[in-house]
Design a protein around this ligand. Structure first.
Ligand SMILES: [Zn+2]
Length: 204
């Protein structure tokens, strides 16, 4: 199945602050696998998909707010919005689990430029990821990623980053990984295995 996303309406005017993948720089004492993209700037976040339902969580397990857009076989998840800055229509929808149209405004990306410095997070940004149930979009991902779709690079990452990488893999229950896609046990999804997809795969 092909995932229908319109990247042109998503975050115009913002720029990538931290990319997807291994990130030893943002938190020097706590290197991590960044399973999302961070964007900051003057952009307004708009829904790039027709969401069947939405959800707003003021503080999740990691003490971050989460705005979730659900579609068949997956979701687009966004962190670090401030409730009072959300578009009133988007917040109203998310509080009751209603859907959202493509292009509907959600909230600001944050206006502190490249808001995560090499010394740690110190400003506003939107952290977003795409999470897919296994199998549903395999054809689409294969068309976008080609051969790398099935290549497991975890041994290479282990060799390159050593104990810090292994600790993160254990902590986050990551079972398989390549440079574009990470599979892990999702704490929001009843323990079932899902895939974290680099949003850039879909032009986001
Ligand atoms: Zn992030």
């Amino acid at each position: 199945m092909k995932l229908d996303i319109d990247p042109s309406v998503f975050l115009p005017g913002s720029q990538i602050a931290v990319g997807f993948g291994w990130d030893p720089c943002t938190f020097k004492n706590r290197p991590r696998i960044h399973t999302a993209i961070d964007r900051a700037g003057m952009g307004i976040v708009r829904s790039p998909i027709a969401a069947e339902k939405t959800a707003w969580i003021d503080n999740d397990a990691e003490y971050c707010s989460v705005f979730r857009l659900f579609f068949a076989g997956g979701e687009l998840r966004m962190l670090h919005f401030i409730r009072g800055e959300l578009d009133s229509g988007a917040l109203a929808a998310a509080l009751v689990g209603a859907g959202l149209e493509i292009g509907a405004p959600i909230g600001p990306t944050g206006n502190h430029g490249l808001s995560v410095s090499s010394n740690g997070g110190n400003g506003r940004h939107v952290h977003y990821s795409i999470i897919l149930e296994p199998g549903v979009y395999n054809d689409d991902l294969e068309a976008r990623l080609g051969a790398s779709w099935n290549s497991d690079y975890s041994a290479n990452f282990r060799a390159k980053y050593g104990p810090a990488f292994i600790d993160q893999v254990k902590q986050r229950c990551i079972t398989w990984m390549n440079t574009k896609v990470i599979a892990r046990h999702d704490p929001y999804y009843n323990g079932a295995l899902r895939f974290y997809v680099n949003p850039a795969v879909y032009g986001l």
